[in-house]
Write a protein that binds this ligand. Structure first.
Ligand code: URA
Length: 275
């Protein structure tokens, strides 16, 4: 899809796609596409095909009871096609974003937090939005929650530099409030483009805001965390946000189980000996 498409045409196209989305034709569209020439990764549940989860003691926490696994439907949206840009790169996306003033979040931000990490990462972590420390440094997950995220990544046998880390919104919401729907909608196309360029095998949504934004659901994360979904050409799994874990350390066991699923899917072994 060409990024230079005039706004009027885009609006017409959006209205047209909204109509087809309302008819739930997204599934039909992606099924057709997966049968055609464009290769779409297998829709199989990776938890059924990947190596079994290695039982390892939680390296950063106390175990908790397993959460029930409930199926959640995610109908792919026709809008996905609108965000795809041929020949895209992370540099082009950053350039297109510019000194963004597209939503009200720009008014109080200090720095745009675009994202950081390996542009060829197999795994992308998506958080909610920058906090105070991130806004000051222009880097995602560098505060207290970020330090816990780094521990989680290292417990998975990876380094921060191996993965890509970004957020649903790129500017800090005032007082760390949740981003509004219109702010998410304005910023999401850039996130989708980042994901398309990186083409990770797995996306881990950190917290309900990220998961709800990407899966386009209002269901609470407790209903679907730890389950795999198809998202664009990747597999997506949601787990609790590290900031939530700082407030609720007992949930670390559930998060470690989720991360072990991701490790099994990616064939990762924990490098650290469990404490
Ligand atoms: N919380 C987030 O969701 N993202 C960050 O970058 C930092 C904290």
């Amino acid at each position: 899809m060409n990024s230079r498409r005039p706004e009027a045409s885009r609006e017409k196209l959006e209205a047209w796609l909204r109509y087809y989305d309302d008819l739930n034709l997204g599934e039909f569209y992606t099924s057709r596409r997966s049968m055609g020439k464009r290769s779409v990764k297998s829709p199989e549940d990776p938890s059924k095909t990947a190596a079994p989860v290695v039982p390892v003691a939680i390296p950063f926490a106390v175990p908790a009871a397993p959460a029930p696994i409930l199926p959640v439907m995610h109908a792919p949206s026709l809008f996905e096609a609108l965000d795809r840009v041929e020949g895209d790169t992370l540099e082009i996306i950053r350039e297109n974003l510019g000194e963004c003033t597209r939503c009200q979040l720009h008014k109080q931000r200090n720095k745009i937090v675009f994202g950081v990490g390996n542009p060829r990462a197999e795994i992308v972590f998506v958080g909610e939005g920058p906090g105070h420390d991130e806004d000051v440094q222009g880097l995602p997950f560098v505060g207290r929650a970020g330090k816990l995220l780094t521990q989680m990544i290292e417990a998975m046998g990876l380094q921060r530099e191996d993965v890509y880390i970004c957020n649903v919104v790129k500017c800090r919401p005032p007082e760390n409030r949740k981003p509004e729907d219109d702010e998410v909608a304005t910023c999401s196309p850039y996130l989708y483009r980042q994901i398309d360029v990186i083409a990770p095998k797995a996306i881990v949504c950190l917290g309900g805001v990220a998961a709800q934004a990407l899966l386009k659901t209002k269901d609470p994360i407790s209903r679907f965390r730890g389950n795999w979904f198809d998202f664009r050409n990747s597999k997506l799994l949601a787990t609790y946000h590290p900031a939530y874990l700082l407030r609720n350390p007992n949930a670390k066991g559930e998060v470690w189980k989720d991360l072990q699923k991701v490790m099994a899917f990616l064939g990762l072994k924990p490098k650290k000996s469990p404490r």
